[in-house]
Design a protein around this ligand. Structure first.
Ligand code: TYM
Length: 325
């Protein structure tokens, strides 16, 4: 039997090349080898205020982005989180075994809550429990994510282990899949910070639907560090980040990238990086509107049916073991 993957992204803001290289690209690469579930996590989205008129559209647009990136509905299950009510139900049960202290340690809550726990939403605080429910419902083996989700994944593992200990073997304990290169793509304007959908500085992120002209402008105005060599060097985070993007969009090895730019300057490097990025995103951009609304609705309906078949069995087991039913 194939091992199982679960992953998801939030339909908030526009997806950027960090989401693509850190997560989506690997979803596509792994879908042949694993039984894959890729979820559009709209319940997670409302942990921060969303425009209700825009959210539904963004949810459907994100499904189109999964498909355009190459997630194949004949191989992988694509579905919307809220179409499978088991996610919210298991979240409640897991909330009853999660501890305040472990949630308080989540760095993303501190970042997104802007350090003001008094005023932060309770949903933002319990967000990682919903993520654990997502993963554990499917008896998931592997979760491909970027570096920023590692801590949430550790919590999912801890909750699975605790539940199994207290109520008997129920959940598989999932492993993270965090790529060696691309797990944390940085802002083009501040390489100390990760590239983010919510960055106020729009020049910091390359969005998946940016035009060739915009991509080129953003790359040309990316900050660089002192020194002139185009090489991988953790102590020069700006060039390290740009060269990582180059490596991933061209598919070259690290050594090939270094050799290619030996003796060349930043001007030439940025020109080639811009060109390679535009070429990399072009087929994706061409495919975004490949499916009609009707086809999309069908894919999502089939996805939700497949997801429910598995998640309802897990939830029934949980309710049985906890004495709820
Ligand atoms: P989200 O929507 O913020 O991001 C989607 C995926 O993109 C990765 N990512 C990055 N990778 C590299 N560099 C970056 N700068 C970068 N920014 C984001 C994220 O790590 C993620 O893999 N909580 C999750 C969604 C979620 C989920 C799940 C994921 C909900 N339930 C269950 C896996 C399993 C999130 O907010 O991702």
């Amino acid at each position: 039997m194939k091992k199982r993957i679960f992953s998801g992204a939030q339909p908030t803001g526009e997806l950027h090349i960090g989401n693509y290289l850190g997560a989506l690209k690997n979803w596509v690469a792994l879908q042949d080898e694993y039984e894959s579930f890729y979820c559009i996590v709209n319940l997670h989205a409302i942990t921060l205020p969303q425009d209700p008129h825009g959210l539904r559209q963004k949810t459907l647009d994100l499904a189109k982005i999964y498909l355009a990136a190459g997630v194949d509905p004949a191989k992988a299950t694509i579905f919307i989180q809220s179409d499978v009510p088991e996610h919210a139900e298991l979240t409640w049960v897991l909330s009853c075994i999660a501890r305040m202290g472990e949630l308080e340690r989540m760095t993303q809550f501190k970042d997104k809550g802007k350090g003001n726990a008094e005023r932060a939403g309770v949903g933002l605080f319990t967000y990682p429990i919903l993520m654990a429910a997502d993963i554990l419902l499917y008896q998931t083996d592997l979760v491909p994510v970027g570096q920023d989700q590692k801590q949430h994944l550790e919590l999912s593992r801890d909750l699975a282990i605790r539940f199994n200990r207290d109520f008997g073997e129920t959940f598989k304990v999932p492993e993270p899949y965090i790529p060696k290169a691309g797990a944390s793509i940085k802002s083009l304007q501040d390489p100390q910070k990760k590239m983010s959908k919510s960055d106020e500085n729009l020049k910091g992120a390359i969005f998946l639907m940016d035009s060739a002209e915009t991509i080129t402008k953003k790359i040309k105005s990316a900050v660089t560090d002192s020194g002139t060599d185009i090489t991988f060097d953790e102590s020069r985070p700006a060039i390290n980040n740009l060269l990582t993007i180059y490596q991933l969009v061209t598919g070259k090895s690290g050594d090939e990238c270094i050799a290619h730019f030996e003796g060349k300057g930043y001007g030439q490097f940025k020109g080639e990086l811009a060109e390679a990025t535009v070429e990399y995103l072009r087929p994706f951009q061409d495919r975004v509107n490949h499916y009609s609304d009707k086809e999309l609705a069908e894919i999502l309906k089939n996805g939700a049916d497949k997801a429910r078949a598995i998640s309802s069995a897990t939830l029934a087991d949980v309710y049985h073991k906890t004495g709820i039913k």
